[in-house]
Design a protein around this ligand. Sequence first.
Ligand code: THU
Length: 131
Amino acid sequence: MDKSTADTLIQSALDAQKRAYCPFSNFPVGAALQTASGRIYQGVNVENASFGLTICAERVAAGAAVAAGDREFTAIAVVSRGGVSPCGACRQFLAEFNPNLPIEMVDSLKPSEVHHATLDQLLPGRFEGPT
Ligand code: THU
């Protein structure tokens, strides 16, 4: 992805991160997902007193895009302390729509240090459905 796209997505993910609902982990995550239409869908982690119901920022962003009828995912930025990479569940969820999705991972405390990967690097041999 070009630098200006990456910068736009990272800024959007940093903006979203402020709205994370994470009273249990105190680990806010922001995501910004771009589609072929050029639109950007933000996501944040949404936690719950019943911990297992928590939804990651990446899946919230993906759900927002799909709900808007925008399924052609082209890039995602994920921002957190330490710049973590998407969990296994989110990798599988995103791969449904683009198994080669470019991913920018950013430490919110050092936003200029960007780690890049593609989804196929993070999730080789994904489950593609029942045979
Ligand atoms: N989390 C995300 O939102 N995305 C990730 O990629 C990793 C984990 C959230 C889930 C939970 O609210 C918190 O981070 C700690 O695991």
